[in-house]
Design a protein around this ligand. Structure first.
Ligand code: GTP
Ligand code: MG
Length: 454
């Protein structure tokens, strides 16, 4: 395999940068450009040595560096890895990389170091995703989940499921091959076993989906009729003039979103177009986008103008929002509350009501506390793990294989048909972990999302 190199630290001004190189020729290539007390090929594994990087063509000294050598198989990729710590900045790391490339390395693709770690059996595919997630986590909560994945906790869940299925398969196959020598299969044990696995899959998906929101951001959508002050509230929560505010109804057309942390929870806050009947083309598109955001929302902040009487259209709309977590936000209370309080309660039903002035900031802290409370109640997980879209797809497909196994068993098909379906489910779990032949394009799709140098 080629020897690959990349700058692993972010581009830009910084104290140091790390250039990483991995492959059979890693040590040899760096030796060509490194002048230190000792040649790297004579250095033991996991030792650091000081020296200079020199362009062998011109003899020019590029930088003082510390070089670490990690020999196969005890390295991140499982291959020989050399890491060069140089000065950071805009020029030096790029120059060093260039010299390495001129001397026999090739540029690494995004995630290629991690892909090699996977191909060399250092980590499985589930853990590989964890590498990306620990790097990209934007909150402590997300990091905790990613850390567990990287440590193999999720992998071992999949492994347990697989072993349960293997046990069942063994029972079934024994009857297929040597029916006369073994007592007949206890159907209820088989059914219970399969059902238990299906149940575990359901729980993994249900919880995993919610935990995944810690990475994508919990979607909080601000909605309501035009001009009630949605964009003003959006800006107020963000503490910046992000969305355009005017007194003209129908100002916001696009969905505008920003990521922020609320009470330590990663949130994607979205401002949407005011909901009303209209024939204006652009506004109509905006309203459709707003409705779509509402359908995908985790929490809805439904804003009404409290300085006016309650509009029956508002009541209707609030009721129709299917998202279970919704807050009725009564805005513009700086102008005095004209809406009838009893009526407001009735509209809100079981849902929390908050009175605010997005203009003056009054009541905003209380609203944010309310939202944080909802987040804590619904998105706090202990010991939970996330599942990616890919994993979810494969889990669902394993589940349908198992349902099929139950069905054919119930209908009295021969046991080898039952065993076929169990086996298929096991293959799906293997695919999740990356066991067996994983097509190149599947790996590509997983690793292309990584950054270069990881
Ligand atoms: N007095 C008062 N005025 C407010 C408050 N919030 C918003 N406004 C005003 O109400 C008008 C509409 O505000 P926006 O934030 O643009 O309302 P919107 O709901 O985003 O409107 P659309 O984008 O058209 O749907 C502006 O003139 C704001 O200054 C408030 O709390 N008090
Ligand atoms: Mg607006």
């Amino acid at each position: 395999m080629d020897t690959i190199a990349a700058i692993s630290t972010p581009r830009g001004i910084g104290g140091i940068a790390v250039i990483r190189i991995s492959g059979d020729r890693a040590v040899e290539i760096v030796d060509r450009v490194f002048r230190g007390k000792r040649e790297l090929k004579r250095l033991e594994s996991h030792r650091v040595v000081y020296g200079k990087i020199v362009d062998p063509e011109t003899g020019e000294i590029i930088d003082d560096v510390l070089v670490t050598v990690m020999r196969a198989p005890s390295s991140y990729t499982g291959e020989d890895v050399v890491e060069i710590s140089s000065h950071g900045g805009l020029i030096i790391p790029g120059l060093i990389l260039e010299i390495l490339l001129k001397n026999g390395a090739r540029p690494a693709q995004p995630g290629e170091f991690t892909e090699r770690a996977f191909l060399n059996g250092k980590i499985d595919l589930v853990q590989a995703v964890g590498v990306k997630e620990v790097i990209e986590a934007t909150s402590r909560k997300a990091l905790k989940v990613a850390r567990k994945r990287l440590d193999g906790e999720l992998s071992s869940r999949f492994d347990t499921l697989k072993n349960q299925l293997l046990d069942l398969l063994k029972e079934v196959e024994a009857r297929v091959d040597f029916e006369e020598d073994v007592p007949p299969l206890d159907n209820s044990i088989l059914r219970d076993g399969i059902e238990k696995v299906i149940q575990t899959i359901d729980i993994l998906i249900e919880k995993g989906d919610r935990v995944q929101k810690l990475f994508d951001g919990i979607r909080i959508v601000i909605a309501g009729r035009p001009n009630v002050g949605k964009s003003t509230l959006f800006n107020r929560i963000l503490n910046e003039e992000r969305a355009i505010v005017t007194e003209i109804p129908g100002t916001t057309r696009d969905v505008i979103s920003e990521h922020l942390l609320l009470g330590g929870f990663p949130v994607k806050l979205m401002d949407t177009a005011g909901l009303r009947e209209t024939n204006e083309k652009v506004e109509m598109i905006g309203i459709n986008l707003a409705k779509e955001s509402l359908r995908n929302a985790d929490i809805v902040l439904f804003v009404i103008d409290g300085s006016e009487q309650i509009d029956p259209a508002d009541v209707e709309f609030f009721r129709r929002i299917e998202v279970p977590l919704k807050v009725l936000v009564i805005n513009k209370i700086d102008r005095g509350l004209k809406a009838d309080k009893a009526k407001l309660r009735e509209v809100a039903g079981e849902n929390p009501v908050c009175q605010v002035s997005s203009l003056t900031g009054e009541g905003i802290d209380r609203l944010l506390d309310r939202i944080t409370g909802i987040l804590e109640e619904n998105f706090s997980f202990s010991g939970e793990l996330n599942v990616t879209e890919r994993e979810k797809g494969l889990l669902l497909s394993a589940k349908s294989d198992l349902e099929e196994a139950l069905k054919v068993q119930k209908e009295g098909y021969p046991l080898d048909i039952v065993s076929f379906h169990i086996r298929e489910a096991i293959f799906r779990l293997d695919e999740i972990l990356g066991i067996g032949d994983i097509p190149e394009r599947v790996l590509e799709r997983i690793f292309e999302e990584f950054c270069i140098g990881k």
